[in-house]
Design a protein around this ligand. Structure first.
Ligand SMILES: Cc1cc2nc3c(=O)[nH]c(=O)nc-3n(C[C@H](O)[C@H](O)[C@H](O)COP(=O)(O)O)c2cc1C
Length: 309
């Protein structure tokens, strides 16, 4: 695959100001998440143009099964920041909560005497999740194009009920992700990525060799070496022990000591997205899903379907 744009090699640093075929490609290549914002309101016409980019996003069957809760109230934004334990959310002039929304279509079907079972269908759920994210990304790119900065906040998943209450979500509406946006105080350098040769496979999937895989990740994360402390080692050892047993824990700790630092994957799954806790609570999510009006994981019995969401 050939590409004339800057930064085609994996793990390459993408400096701003490279050569691009047009402005859209430049925006997409040079974007980065922004987490500090000026205390400046986003002009209504600017915000409107950005939100319309979400309305024009591709969506399965042109159904648009999503809603966006636009939050400009400072107290509400701060509450979201507290909930997500990320204070900058409270400083942003606009926070957008993207939700899957099947209640609107259900009411449309009801009003027009059409059959309806979307919240009982995994296929509908799957596509509507994609629709919601695609609309969010259109808005994210439009925000960049209007000189704004933004960052997605995924920890909505840990606060589903609180988001429902704050946003006043009815049944059939499920919060997915938050997009925090505003005029950027500073634009962080674009992050290093794996690179096209790693993420794109010509015609068929090709597994990387161990050497290629190591090279790709170490190029991307070459400056991410975390200092060893007793506390971190103990934490990682505990996680390893719980997931893979004592022998593995010893191997992991030995390899960290030998390297002299904690590498990015050890940090990701040993200290941050901890491998022992991340899979916990899966059944609680199914219960919550049902509470929000979605029961696609249950056997569908059309005879007894009342049509409720
Ligand atoms: C689904 C999703 C959830 C995210 N959640 C958070 C978050 O909770 N807090 C945060 O600061 N960044 C969050 N991010 C931003 C990522 O950290 C960021 O995209 C990643 O580090 C790559 O950096 P870049 O966007 O500058 O390329 C999230 C991004 C995505 C796509």
């Amino acid at each position: 695959m050939t590409n004339n744009c800057a930064g085609d090699r994996h793990g390459s640093d993408r400096e701003r100001g490279g050569k691009y075929p047009n402005e859209t490609i430049r925006l997409l290549h040079e974007r980065s998440s922004c987490r500090s914002f000026h205390d400046r309101k986003i002009e209504p016409e600017v915000l409107r143009a950005i939100l319309e980019a979400g309305d024009h996003a591709p969506t399965g069957g042109n159904l648009q099964p999503y809603s966006i809760i636009k939050i400009e109230n400072k107290a509400t934004s701060r509450k979201l920041g507290d909930l997500c334990e990320q204070a900058f959310i409270g400083e942003a002039p606009v926070n957008l909560v993207f939700c899957i929304d099947w209640q609107r279509s259900r009411r449309w079907a009801e009003l027009e005497n059409a059959p309806y079972s979307a919240t009982k269908s995994f296929r509908h759920f799957w596509i509507s999740f994609q629709d919601t994210i695609i609309a969010a990304q259109n808005i994210c790119t439009a925000a960049d194009a209007m000189g704004l900065g933004s960052v997605y906040i995924g920890t909505v998943i840990d606060q589903l009920e609180a988001f429902r209450d704050i946003c006043g979500l009815p049944k059939g509406v499920f919060p997915v992700v938050l997009l925090t946006m505003g005029y950027p105080k500073a634009r962080p350098k674009p992050k290093r990525k794996l690179g096209v040769p790693v993420i794109v496979h010509d015609e068929k999937y090709r597994e990387l060799s161990d050497e290629e895989l190591r090279a790709a990740f170490s190029a991307k994360y070459r400056s991410n070496r975390m200092e060893i402390t007793d506390e971190r080692l103990e934490r990682i050892a505990t996680v390893c022990r719980r997931v893979h047993g004592e022998e593995f824990a010893r191997r992991c700790i030995d390899s960290i000591k030998q390297a002299g630092y904690i590498n990015q994957v050890q940090r990701y799954f040993g200290l941050h997205y901890v491998a022992d806790e991340m899979p916990e609570g899966n059944e609680d999510y199914l219960r919550l899903m049902e509470e929000f009006g979605f029961d696609w994981f249950k056997k569908f019995d059309s005879q007894f379907d009342s049509g409720d969401v």
